[in-house]
Design a protein around this ligand. Sequence first.
Ligand code: ASP
Length: 389
Amino acid sequence: MFWFDKGEFSNLSYPPVDISYLVGSVNPVYNTIMSDFTQRSDHLRKPDRKAVHATGPVLPRIHVVATGGTIAMQLDPEQEGAIPGVRGTDLIRAVPELDQIALVSVEEFSNIPSEHMTPAHWTRLATRLKAIVEAGGIEGIVVTHGTDTMEETAFFLDLTVRGEIPIVLTGAQRPASASDADGPRNLRDAVQLAACPASRGRGVMIVMRGEIHTACEATKTFTEDLDAFESHSGTDLGQVRAGQVRFTRQTLPRRQLPLPEDLPRVDIIPMYAGADDSALRAALARGAAGLVISAVGAGNVNQALFDGIKAALEAGVSVVISTRVPHGLVRPLYAYAGGGMSLRKAGAVMAGDLTPQKARVLLMLALAAGERGETLRERFEEHSVSLRS
Ligand code: ASP
């Protein structure tokens, strides 16, 4: 058994040797697999299925990638708040019943709050997950992550990591040190979901408190409630209840984009009553290649932002219009200055059903892929059509 605890990426360079840790078990079959597994230098090679069959049932192999978040935090009485302090191995050990569900290996990608996640972390994590998927020999991947920006990481992974293998993100609203911590149940549900054959081909999912959401639709809607996420469309993808996975609807067609080495700067500019264009101008001065407007209503802004958006478009900066309203599509309904139709006619792209933070992720990847103008418009607006059909 070997363990390489990376901690947070300080220089963002991934270690050449990967790490693996298998959950301990009193099950002799499990231990046979475990010792076989841990003697390998590459834990992601396929297990000897025949050997496993000879001695007992085959458990699916699930690889857990720990990135941090409240699920991996403990209350520090001196600092009077929760701080990172729980390793991936400890997360797994806290859920002994995982033994009955899967053969679980775990690696520590980072141990950071999700507010500290950056686009550089996203590309590094996607690169790592691609390598795991391509190595084969596992049935699913679970990523533990802070809930505050989980939806952005999940969507980025959904867009860039190909393959049928389920990738499930989960986290917690209460730290691991809490007597009523929700992390263990969420982790168990995530492993169950990643191990479920019906999860194949559904892309990246989030599970929290038994509710399953697609990465594209998941959005955090409660600051502290355990049921932290909702699906933007209003309908969850399914549930994990008492160890049973149940999908209640189809997954929408998945968008895919190449994984670039670098991502362009894209800023989110909020619209509110009386907003001026100073935030927008500051973003342009910082070299933003794209802007996402968190507009109001179905995608409308005031005169000051309208003028700023037109200046940005004239300067060759791509502008995508999303909304601060939690549900529904952005649509060009109004033709007055700053209304959705006037924005679209000026060259802005409607984000469809994507929240500002999701639209930003897609815009970064689309710009990195060289998409502009009509191609960019199709990239965003095609999805609105698929949502309606
Ligand atoms: N602030 C925490 C984070 O996102 C919240 C959580 O994990 O639930 O890292």
